[in-house]
Design a binder for this molecule. Structure first.
Ligand SMILES: N[C@@H](CCC(=O)N[C@@H](CS)C(=O)NCC(=O)O)C(=O)O
Length: 289
């Protein structure tokens, strides 16, 4: 590193010092604009975007529906975080932390808000009695991996992804620091999947749904353009598990919802009905224009 930064006594915000996310990030919380959220016809209203944190929840909802839990029908509304939708008053009322995903359950006597993807997965698993074991030891194992993901992914996204892919300049120190950590995490998973079909054992659970969009994205979908840099193909057990999860139809559908990047036929920007997968993907909407 050539430039040496000496921190001032007191840090002060200068608009624009947030790198790639400078336009939307600031050091304060709370609503910045008055904006109500739309409410659709289904019991569950999801306000999200097809990032790894968003995909966890749409995969869970599609899995619940595929397993016959029709109370999991949902409307998925698009929150454009690049435009600052997460700072509208309606969104902040559901998530004071202004981050997707956020869920409202209108089937309870007064609507229930849930934010943080791990909390949403647990809420849905408990509400429908699915994808989270009941037996205490198996449940503890599952929750351990679910919370492992919640603690680990910020090193992958906020640490490695930010400094390797998004930071305005490449600095060796943070890239070394977070690459080492992400490779360690991949090795944790690789060792786990050496003897287990799914992360908690034989059963597919919310922990797999939480881990897959992040670490599956890394080994299957060139997340951060880092496959070669991280030598992801050497984590053979993670690749085997990631492919197995991706072969599930509900996972394929969940990955399409609120997606705004990639192939047009894989982008279902808003989902209000199961038929939308056939009729409302971006390729179909564009062809009808
Ligand atoms: N721990 C949170 C993280 C959520 C999160 O970081 N969401 C990002 C998109 S993946 C976001 O909404 N960012 C908007 C912002 O930072 O203003 C969760 O798992 O729900």
């Amino acid at each position: 590193m050539t430039d040496v930064y000496t921190p001032p006594k007191v840090w002060r915000w200068a608009p624009g010092n947030g790198g790639a996310f400078a336009n939307i990030n600031r050091p304060t919380a709370g609503a910045q604009t008055e904006k109500e959220l739309p409410i659709g016809k289904h019991p569950l209203q999801l306000y999200s975007l097809g990032t790894p944190n968003g995909v966890k929840v749409t995969v869970m909802l599609e899995e619940l529906l595929a397993a016959g839990h029709m109370g999991a029908e949902y409307d998925a509304w698009l929150i454009k975080i690049g435009n600052g939708d997460q700072f509208g008053s309606g969104f902040v009322a559901i998530n004071p932390n202004s981050k997707i995903p956020a869920l409202m359950d209108h089937s309870t006597s007064t609507p229930t808000r849930v934010f943080e993807s791990g909390a949403i997965l647990m809420y849905l698993a408990e509400k429908f009695g699915a994808f989270l074991p009941m037996e205490p030891s198996a449940r503890a194992e599952c929750l351990s991996w679910l919370f492992w993901q919640m603690g680990s992914a910020p090193y992958l996204g906020g640490g490695f992804g930010h400094f390797y892919a998004y930071a305005p300049e490449k600095f060796q120190y943070p890239i070394d620091r977070f690459t080492m950590e992400v490779k360690r995490q991949l090795d944790v998973l690789d060792q786990r999947f050496a003897g287990n079909k799914f992360v908690c054992g034989d059963e597919y659970t919310v922990a797999d749904m939480a881990i897959w969009p992040w670490y599956g994205g890394l080994v299957l979908f060139e997340q951060y353009d880092a496959s070669e840099f991280l030598d992801v193909s050497s984590y053979k057990n993670v690749v085997r598990w990631a492919k197995e999860i991706h072969s599930r139809e509900p996972v394929k559908r969940g990955r399409m919802v609120n997606r705004v990047r990639g192939e047009l036929h894989e982008q279902l920007r808003e989902r209000h009905d199961v038929s939308d997968f056939e009729t409302k993907t971006q390729d179909k909407l564009k062809a009808a224009e």
